[in-house]
Each structure stands twice: as structure tokens, then as C-alpha cells.
Design a protein around this ligand. Structure first.
Ligand code: GLA
Ligand code: ZN
Length: 667
């Protein structure tokens, strides 16, 4: 475990570099990420290249024994390029070209831009690919940031048609799968298919919701694939000259959630995953369980330790700032990242910029460049990590629970949400949050991976499941697993069309239930009672008929009073549970306790508000992190004798942790 910073030496005079790097050395900063927005320095005019500035930076880093993650600079095509080749610009859903001014204004499918990237990426990789100062690469920056995954330009339209030909082969097949007989949408050729822009006759003209759901889902898939192939090309450019591992900084902060990129697919091109973690900033404050969930997602895309490539280091915002991190929080957030599987945490940014859109976005140092409170806290963390690393390798949470993450189901649900208040991401988070409160780590996994190592698998709202996913879930349960399915599962095919089977469609037999009637609540509340206690459904109620399942929860109001809302079914050597309704947060915790008791998930006996507890292992040692996200001290029970690696004190029955404090306990 170690720390780093995002560094922009090119924005400061060379005279300053010495001070910066000495301060970094003192703070145990081991690595910097550099160069992600520097196209106009590398190529100030078309065909005119300059690498001397980067040579100098890397030479200087070497003197201070700091390594670098070097980036491909494609996130910011320079102004001359945009002026000369306006066809590289992305178009928004209304068909307006994006302007230069911020970043990410290019189209992932632009062949001109791809050529330009290929040319510069190759030059950079060739020049620096074996430079020992470099330890890794970052592709682009925050792919999909600010709704830029989906472009609506002519070139995208062209490529989308080719993508459709590849998928459907014949236009009549596409017509059948999309159900274009509805409203006379039948196409005579692929050339007639349009990318689904805004502007259909559906209530307002600024939505795409009036478009065919199959077309929309395929367009989402196509755009995600386009980002993946753009990334894959950049990786190939680098791998031709360099063996250093490659990543890209993902965006999964609960506030930024949903780039429209299938990160499982994207991660296939990468050697490791990383993400950018802003917790309290201009646009909101993330709850601690959601941050932990985001770490878990990024860990899950490659099932290995990951990096935080940008970790908040001060008050942040563009036009307005969020609060300054209270003393202790920077350290706390860093430990939380490590507890959840990060092995390097890089702070954004080293020194606060004097100009540009991010002049209010504070780094470790303020604008004056002097070390202050935040620098001291980060140094302390760096020093602690240095010591802990002597005893610990790369840690991963010991997860015995898996939550299925399906981008298809998420996108299908985001296209048409079924009912007011239903959101795939939030629903999934509600399960994770309950597990988190009881200190039970969970992994996010694809349904079609081998699930046998997990004691418990939760598949929230798996609207559609491909055969491989279905087989995998069925064989997991049949061979002794415990699977929890929920409402809005198994009801659609992969073209986003409804299945003709009775709900829950493809899961009906496994769950031992049928649903002939359901109630989208839209503001109404229905009382429920069951193994989760007494609760209230706010979103959805499936009125369940059991075929082979037993009822373990019932509705206690409305016209379906007494009917099952939750069931358990024996399936092969295992069990399949079905939850027909949503329940409130506290009942979710009770529900997880019920499963903990049944399956021995090693959960805490009770929740302590704001306390994050994670059991981890590096393969040799077992380490438990306890983190207090509260502004007051807490006392946390420990059920066995352990040693606090930070204070070097033994801990017996309980441990007291200061506000925003951390304990690292080893058996
Ligand atoms: C993002 C980017 C950074 C920077 C920070 C702060 O996460 O990757 O370049 O802009 O946000 O805004
Ligand atoms: Zn485009």
C-alpha cells in the first residue's frame, strides 16, 4: 500500500520542481500520474512534435526516485485539430456539435481522431516505453465523463449500421427482434436505421424515450463497444513498445455513476483497474457505504487489487466549492480505499492550480505551494503505509457474498424504468448498504462467471439474462448455492422485448413461483411482513403464487393482503429465494441478518452507525480494518484478541476509535 499524487509540473516553472519533489519525498509519495491533457505540448502545431519537456520531467522524477504513470493525452484534442478537422467533434443527442472549451469533445468513432491518437500514442510509447521511471500507463482520462460515451454524429450512424448488420445479418431479422410492426416502423434496409436521437413525438422533444427499446439498448451497447475498441487500440499502440501495465481511470463515484460503459468489457483490455474518488464536492456528498460499493465495483471488474487514480485532497468544485475535508478524513478515505482492495491511492492533485476551470479545485497544497494541514495528514498516512507495507502485501476483502452486476439489465431499466422510483443502481446499492452495515464484504460479479466460491449470491432486478447467465445461476444454486432473486427479473429477452412466459419468466422454475398480477406502486405504500421484519414496500409488489416454493413473507395490506411477497424454494442441493417487493433500509439489514444466521457470513451482531468494518487478507495475514466515519468517537466490540498495527497495542474485547479514526487489527 502506498500513496501518490496527480502532478502537473508543466504548469509551474522548472525552478519549483525541486521543492515539489522534496516535499513529495518527505511525505512518502511514491508515484505521480502525469500528462493526461498534454496534447498541445506534445504537438503544438500539426506534425510539429516536442518531447523535450516530458524528457525533462521524467529525468527530474528519476532523481527523486518517484515513478510515473504516463497517460495517453487523448482526452483533450487541441484547438488547432478541432479547427482543421471539425468532423472529429462529438454530437449530442439533439445533433449539436460539442465545442472545444473543456475536454472530451471528440467522437470515439471518428476515424480521423483515431488516426491522430494512434500516431501520437505510438510516438509516446516508443519514446518512453522502456523508461525505468515509468511504471504504468493510463489511457485517456475518465472515458465517458460528462455524458460523452454516446455520440450522435454521422460517422457513428454509419458504424452503428455496420454493427447492426454484424449482429442481425438480415434486416428482416432486425425487424422481427425489435418488433417494428408496432407503429409501422418496418425497415427495408439497414441504411434506413437511424441512431436514436431526441425529438420523437413523445410528450417532450428532449428525450429519447419514444424510440424503440430494442434500438435504444443496442445503441447503448454499440456506444459502449466503441469506447472499448477506442481503448483497445490505445492499449495496442502502447504494448507494441512497452510492457508496463495499463489502466484507465474509471468513474464510479456514486455521484458520477453511470458512464454507459460496460466496465467488465472495458477491463478486458486493461492490466489493472483504477477510479476517481471524490466524496464531498460541489455536486454533492457521497455516503460512506456508496463509496465502499464503488471501490467494490472497480475491484470486481478485474477481481484484483486496484488503484484510486484521483482521491480528493481538499475542498473541490468548479464554480463553487464543497466543504474542506475535516481533519482526519483524508486519512480515513485513504484507509477505506485500501481496506476495500486499493493498493495505491493517488491524490488529485499535488498543488492547486492558479488558473483554468479548476482554480478552485484544491490539491494537497494550496495555491501558495506551502505545506499545510492537508499535506501533514497525507504525510502521516504515507508514513503509516510505509510501515504497514513491511508486514502486509496487497490486501483484498474476504468476500463470501456476491452481487450480480449486469450492464444490460441496468441499461434496459434506465431506458424504461418500469415504475416511478425504481433505479437499478440504487436498488443494488440497497443490498450492498445492508451488507456494509453488518461488516460483510461483497464482490460485484457477472452472472456468467463461476460463482461456486460464494456462500450467497444476490441478483437484484436481473431484467434480462442470457442463456450463459441463466445456466451459471442455475448450476450455482443446484450445486448447493444460495441465490436471491428479486422482482423485475427474467422478464425480457436480450432485445429488450418482453418474454411471453409468466413472470418471473426464465427464473420461474428455479424460484418455484409464478406471478400473474403485480402492483407498480407509484407513490402508494403497501405493508409487508416476513423474515425481514415488518416493513413497507414503496416501489413494486409482485403478487406471488407458489408452485414449489414456501412463503417467508406476506403482504399485510391492500387487495393482496395475505399473499406471499417473499419465498424460498429448494432447488437441487441449494436454495432460491425470491423477493417480490422492495423493503425499507432497516428491514434490509434484518434480511441480511437472516441470511447471515443461515449461511455464517461472519457479520457483526449489530450495526454501529458510520462504522466501516472490513475483513481483508493478503493471502497470508488476516487484517480487519475498522473506520469511524462519524464526527464522534465510537466503541466497537472485538470478539477475539488482536493487535492494532497502528498503535502497536493489543486489543481485547473492544476498541475505541476517535472521530474519523482508523484501526488496523491483526490476529
Ligand atoms: C476529474 C478529472 C480530473 C479533474 C478532476 C477534478 O476526475 O479526471 O482531471 O478534472 O476531476 O475536477
Ligand atoms: Zn460520433
Amino acid at each position: 500500500m502506498r500513496i501518490g499524487v496527480d502532478y502537473y509540473p508543466e504548469q509551474w516553472s522548472e525552478k519549483r520542481w525541486k521543492t515539489d519533489l522534496e516535499l513529495m519525498n518527505k511525505a512518502n509519495i511514491k508515484v505521480v500520474r502525469i500528462g493526461e491533457f498534454s496534447w498541445s505540448l506534445y504537438e503544438p502545431q500539426e506534425g510539429e512534435f516536442d518531447f523535450a519537456w516530458m524528457d525533462k520531467i521524467l529525468d527530474t522524477l528519476r532523481k527523486y526516485n518517484i515513478s510515473a504513470v504516463l497517460c495517453t493525452p487523448s482526452a483533450t484534442p487541441p484547438k488547432w485539430m478541432v479547427d482543421k478537422y471539425p468532423q472529429i467533434l462529438q454530437e449530442d443527442v439533439y445533433g449539436r456539435q460539442k465545442l472545444s472549451g473543456t475536454r472530451k469533445h471528440y467522437c470515439f468513432n471518428s476515424s480521423v481522431y483515431r488516426d491522430k491518437c494512434h500516431m501520437l500514442n505510438s510516438k509516446i510509447a516508443e519514446r518512453y516505453g522502456k523508461n525505468p521511471v515509468i511504471e504504468g500507463w493510463q489511457i485517456d482520462n475518465e472515458l465517458g465523463w460528462a455524458n460523452t460515451t454516446r455520440c450522435y454524429c454521422d460517422e457513428c450512424q454509419d458504424k452503428f449500421r455496420k454493427w447492426l448488420i454484424h449482429k442481425f445479418k438480415t434486416i428482416s431479422n432486425l425487424n422481427k427482434k425489435y418488433g417494428t410492426l408496432t407503429w409501422s416502423q418496418v425497415y427495408n434496409s439497414f441504411d434506413e436505421v437511424m441512431i436514436p436521437k431526441a425529438g420523437t413525438c413523445y410528450e417532450t422533444d428532449n428525450e429519447t424515450q419514444g424510440q424503440n427499446p430494442g434500438l435504444l439498448l443496442d445503441y447503448y451497447r454499440f456506444c459502449s463497444d466503441s469506447v472499448c475498441s477506442f481503448t483497445q487500440e490505445a492499449c495496442e499502440d502502447i504494448r507494441k513498445y512497452s510492457a508496463f501495465p495499463i489502466t484507465t481511470n474509471m468513474l464510479d463515484a456514486s455521484i458520477n455513476s453511470g458512464t454507459g460503459i460496460d466496465y467488465f468489457k472495458l477491463a478486458k483490455s486493461l492490466d489493472f483497474t483504477s477510479w476517481d474518488n471524490y466524496i464531498e464536492f460541489q455536486w454533492g456528498v457521497a455516503e460512506d457505504s456508496a463509496v465502499s460499493r464503488d471501490h467494490a465495483l472497480v475491484r470486481g471488474y478485474k477481481k484484483q487489487p486496484f488503484w484510486v487514480m484521483e482521491q480528493q485532497a481538499g475542498p473541490c468544485g468548479w464554480s463553487k466549492m464543497g466543504p474542506t475535508p475535516t481533519p482526519g478524513k483524508l486519512r480515513l478515505w485513504t484507509y477505506s480505499a485500501v481496506a476495500n482492495g486499493a493498493d495505491t491511492v493517488v491524490y488529485f492533485r499535488w498543488r492547486s492550480a492558479l488558473s483554468g476551470l479548476e482554480e478552485y479545485w484544491h490539491g494537497v497544497l494550496n495555491h501558495d505551494g506551502l505545506p499545510g494541514r492537508r499535506y501533514e495528514e497525507i504525510s502521516k498516512t504515507g508514513e503509516e503505509f510505509e510501515k504497514l507495507s513491511l508486514h502486509l502485501g496487497k490486501l483484498m476483502p474476504k468476500a463470501e457474498v456476491a452481487i450480480i452486476k449486469s450492464f444490460d439489465s441496468e441499461w434496459s431499466q434506465s431506458i424504461h424504468s418500469h415504475v416511478e422510483g425504481f433505479n437499478y443502481d440504487k436498488y443494488e446499492l440497497s443490498f450492498y448498504r445492508a451488507l456494509y452495515k453488518l461488516g460483510i464484504p461483497a464482490d460485484f460479479v457477472r452472472a456468467d462467471q463461476n460463482l461456486s466460491k460464494y456462500k450467497f449470491v444476490i441478483a437484484p432486478a436481473l431484467v434480462m439474462a442470457q442463456n450463459s447467465e441463466l445456466d451459471s445461476l442455475a448450476s450455482y444454486a443446484r450445486n448447493g448455492g444460495c441465490l436471491l432473486l428479486t422482482f423485475r427479473s427474467g422478464i425480457k429477452d436480450e432485445n429488450n422485448s418482453m418474454l411471453p412466459q409468466t413472470a418471473p419468466g426464465v427464473f420461474s422454475e428455479m424460484a418455484g413461483v409464478t406471478i400473474n398480477d403485480y402492483d407498480p406502486l407509484m407513490g402508494k405504500e403497501t405493508d409487508v411482513s416476513g423474515v425481514f421484519g415488518k416493513s413497507i414496500a414503496h416501489i413494486w409488489c409482485d403478487i406471488i403464487n407458489t408452485t414449489s416454493a414456501n412463503s417467508i413473507g406476506v403482504y399485510t395490506s391492500d387487495f393482496y393482503f395475505g399473499k406471499p411477497c417473499m419465498t424460498e424454494n429448494k432447488y437441487g442441493d441449494g436454495r432460491v429465494f425470491y423477493m417480490g417487493c422492495d423493503i425499507e433500509d432497516d428491514s434490509m439489514v434484518t434480511l441480511i441478518k437472516y441470511f447471515d444466521k443461515m449461511l455464517n457470513l461472519n457479520g457483526l451482531p449489530y450495526e454501529i452507525k458510520g462504522v466501516e468494518s472490513v475483513e481483508t487478507s493478503d493471502g497470508k495475514s488476516q487484517v480487519r480494518f475498522i473506520m469511524n466515519h462519524n464526527e464522534y468517537p465510537v466503541v466497537v466490540p472485538i470478539y477475539r484478541r488482536m493487535n492494532d498495527m497502528l498503535t502497536k497495542m493489543p486489543v481485547d474485547s473492544c476498541i475505541s476509535i476517535e472521530p474519523y479514526g482508523v484501526a488496523v487489527l491483526k490476529e
